[in-house]
Design a protein around this ligand. Sequence first.
Ligand SMILES: *Cc1c(COP(=O)(O)O)cnc(C)c1O
Length: 375
Amino acid sequence: MRIETVAVHAGTEVDEGSQAVTPPIVLSTTFARDPDGSFPGGHIYTRSSNPNRAELEQAVAALEGGAAAAAFASGMAAIAGIFQSLEPGAHVLAPGDSYHGTVHVLRQVFDRWGLAFDFVDMRDPAAVAAAMRPSTRLLWIETPSNPMLHMVDIAALADLAHRHGAMAAVDNTWATPLLQRPLDHGCDLVMHSTTKYLGGHSDVLGGVVVTRRQDAFFERLLAVLRLGGAVPSPFDCWLIRRGIRTLPARMRVHCDNAEVVAQFLAGHPMVERVHYPGLPSHPGHDLARRQMRRFGGMLSFEVRGGRDAAMAVAAGVEIFARATSLGGVESLIEHRASIEGPDSKTPQSLLRVSVGLENAEDLVADLDHALSTLQ
Ligand SMILES: *Cc1c(COP(=O)(O)O)cnc(C)c1O
């Protein structure tokens, strides 16, 4: 089955009891035993497993081409679950431009639990090799990165990690398995904030980890999930599974629209720079062509005139919502440095855009109007 078919069908069957084509939401927290003490439905208690969570896990594992998946209550719970599955004293190497929640959970939570970590620019393989330690257990990869859309070579980094006895993990939230499948490039783990494109409608929070093998690491991850208890509700799982059914179709439009918006911005006199891997001028364009099926729905741009000009553009749009997050049907725009706080390295002139599923010409007209207020 090709990926569009997998997205619609994986993990989902017509319900045996009711013949419902769309899976029922199973809210029961507990499941009955047969007289012989067995659990014929395969579930005991919803914190351990639930039919809706199992469907979601099967679907994402199939989309990423992995052996198993574990669904968490949020992307951050999934990230924390991965770090908790390492042992104290283990060293994690992460990109300097990691998602800010990843940086903060390492600094504020895992530092105290004895996890060591460093941040490095992963566009520079020599710097990554130099930062590896004998205790490095995990190389954390994010590409395209937030909010500068830097591209890094997944296959080369996975190879480097393995040569040093470490696992390679990719936060694949921005690309989705439709555009990029890290396990195909040799990685061991893939993580998603399903809050974003997989859910797709900005109405549910979730996270998932897919592993290449159903191994001891996966068993530790499951223990963190089930005993730590940061599990998604059955309804949340159902919503995310529903979102995934339209993921291939939505990603086509996200990519189409982002290409149009990026090209418009690249030609606008009040725009200094556009960060979008689909533009031939992007330094990671060739790598993106090799590594991704298409270039995604996320981009950022720098407005001439610094922070005030950027804020004025954000204030001037009418279709885009001024909000953080990404991957929903609606277009969003945000002044990234504001959300990242005082230690942010993001340029003050930068606006990050999640290009939604509206008509591309309407989006361009909205940005054009907002930019015209600058002249
Ligand atoms: C949103 C996001 C996360 C965190 O996910 P939550 O669901 O908000 O906890 C992690 N990584 C990336 C790249 C994200 O965009």
